[in-house]
Design a binder for this molecule. Structure first.
Ligand code: GLN
Length: 485
């Protein structure tokens, strides 16, 4: 059952091959078996079993919702009524939201069963899942390696087959990079496509939620139920949700695909040959490939690492020990309460970013840092606009290489930030981008990235789906996934 895709599980449940209770039980069995991977911060086993039973009862009565009884996992950044939401931080260790995030309620209304909340880098700041207060997540392909971050728990869970799909968020690569490191498919939609309501804010102008699954088809399926306008999020797009499933079947003949030269130039030969192989495959299917330039794309890292910390310094000011979350013991006065609650509640990486962001926004430095970074952001957006006058989709690497060893970059923030070199540009521009498995090096998966024009999620999913019809990288499973209880 667990090797079945999300779409297959929906079909199987409909045909009565197994029940939602049987499927959910199997998920928890495997989940407990692979506890050492540390994919989850909180499990909601009782609630899930109850929801599965209810799904079966409803089905027997003929009430069937589209995702009826399918178990999925939510990144622990989405608020869930009555179930704690930590964002991977000590400061929210005891936080129980009084409401569900829109993504959570949308998927619940579609019938999905929540297994629990997945592990993540603290406040989604990181590329390795090592900054979580709840400990690191291990990569199921090789447990000495990182799964990527910040949605590392979701990616590792899906790759291991603990569930067929999960939610994630992506501010600078946090869906695509762990998807690439774990050998699965992940999509960051256009900024505004999915509501951010109830999603704990890191950098509000960049944050976007999206699906992680083993195929483009399953991502399309999940996105259809996650996305949509939301009156409670003023930045959500007032646009109806496209049909992501039907266009998947259309061949990609005639599509123009661009290869960004600045990105390709920085790749080592093995990575470059994997990317060329993907380009060749798409060409064989009738797409035309052309080189093009995004002259300012290489400035994405410095711009991102000013803008994201600036926004985080503002967003995280709400954790003050007064309103919610961790409060230090025995404060002597208000100042002491603020200072100690925040210094004891936040981890090192989060504190670094709050300091960088506060500095970049401070009087006298604002023009030199924040304003400059916003100007660079505009140039990057313009580059993409020019590119999308010439091509339909851009093909790029997702990461500079495979997953790295646990601890390898933990003490070196700049090396860690360089991991995001190919992913941050599309967040700065607000464009949709997807990572799909495209090869392996040293028995670890490699991802290829597709970047699309605004609200062209359907095109990205179609290209990835067509690629997955003639290649098998997305079917490769980590050896650990096939171990049975
Ligand atoms: N690795 C990037 C960062 O640390 C991106 C994280 C994300 O997308 N949430 O900010």
């Amino acid at each position: 059952m667990l090797e079945r895709s999300l779409r297959q599980q929906i079909d199987d449940l409909r045909k009565g091959e197994y029940s939602a209770v049987e499927l959910t039980t199997a998920c928890f069995q495997k989940l407990h078996q692979h506890k050492a991977l540390n994919c989850f911060i909180t499990l909601t086993e009782d609630q899930a079993m109850q929801a599965a039973r209810q799904a079966d009862v409803q089905r027997a009565r003929g009430e069937v919702k589209p995702l009826q009884g399918v178990p999925i996992a939510h990144k622990d950044i989405f608020c869930t009524a009555g179930v704690r939401t930590t964002a991977g931080s000590r400061i929210l260790d005891n936080f129980i939201a009084p409401y569900d995030a829109t993504v959570v309620s949308n998927l619940a209304s579609a019938g999905a069963v929540m297994l629990g909340k997945t592990n993540m880098d603290e406040f989604a700041m990181g590329s390795s899942n090592e900054t979580s207060y709840y400990g690191k997540v291990l990569n199921p392909w090789n447990t000495e390696y990182v799964p990527g971050g910040s949605s590392g728990g979701s990616a590792a869970a899906v790759a291991t087959g603990l569930c067929s799909a999960a939610t994630g968020t992506d501010t600078g690569g946090s869906i695509r990079q762990p998807a690439a490191f774990c050998g699965i498919t992940g999509l960051k939609p256009t900024y505004g496509r999915v509501s951010r309501w109830g999603m704990i804010a890191y950098a509000s102008s960049l944050d976007q939620a999206g699906p992680l699954a083993r195929s483009a088809e399953d991502c399309a399926l999940l996105l259809g139920y996650m996305a949509g306008p939301d009156p409670r999020d003023s930045t959500s797009a007032a646009r109806r949700v496209d049909d992501y499933m039907t266009p998947l079947k259309e061949p990609i003949g005639g599509l123009k695909i661009g290869l960004c030269q600045e990105f390709m130039a920085s790749l080592d030969t093995e990575m470059a040959s994997i990317l060329s192989e993907v380009a060749r495959e798409l060409e064989q299917q009738g797409a035309s490939i052309q080189d093009l330039s995004l002259p300012n794309a290489t400035l994405a890292i410095p711009a991102y690492y000013i803008i994201a910390p600036a926004e985080c310094s503002s967003n995280l000011s709400r954790y003050d020990g007064v309103r919610f979350g961790y409060r230090c013991p025995d404060p002597v006065n208000l100042e002491d309460l603020y200072k100690r609650s925040r210094s004891e509640g936040f981890g090192t990486e989060v504190k670094n970013r709050i300091m960088v962001g506060t500095f970049a926004l401070s009087a006298g430095y604002y023009d030199a840092y924040y304003k400059k970074a916003q100007q660079v952001r505009r140039l990057i957006k313009n580059d993409f606009e020019t590119a999308f006058n010439q091509v339909d989709v851009l093909l790029a690497p997702t990461t500079p290489g495979t997953a790295f060893r646990l601890g390898e970059k933990a003490g070196d923030p700049r090396a860690m930030y360089q991991q995001d070199i190919f992913t941050t540009a599309s967040n700065l521009a607000g464009l949709p981008a997807l990572s799909m498995p495209a090869g392996q090096l040293t028995e670890l998966p490699i991802g290829a990235q597709l970047i699309g024009n605004y609200f062209e999620e359907a095109t990205l999913l179609r290209v990835a789906h067509q690629y997955q019809q003639t290649t098998a990288w997305h079917q490769a499973r980590p050896p650990l996934a096939s171990e049975t209880p």
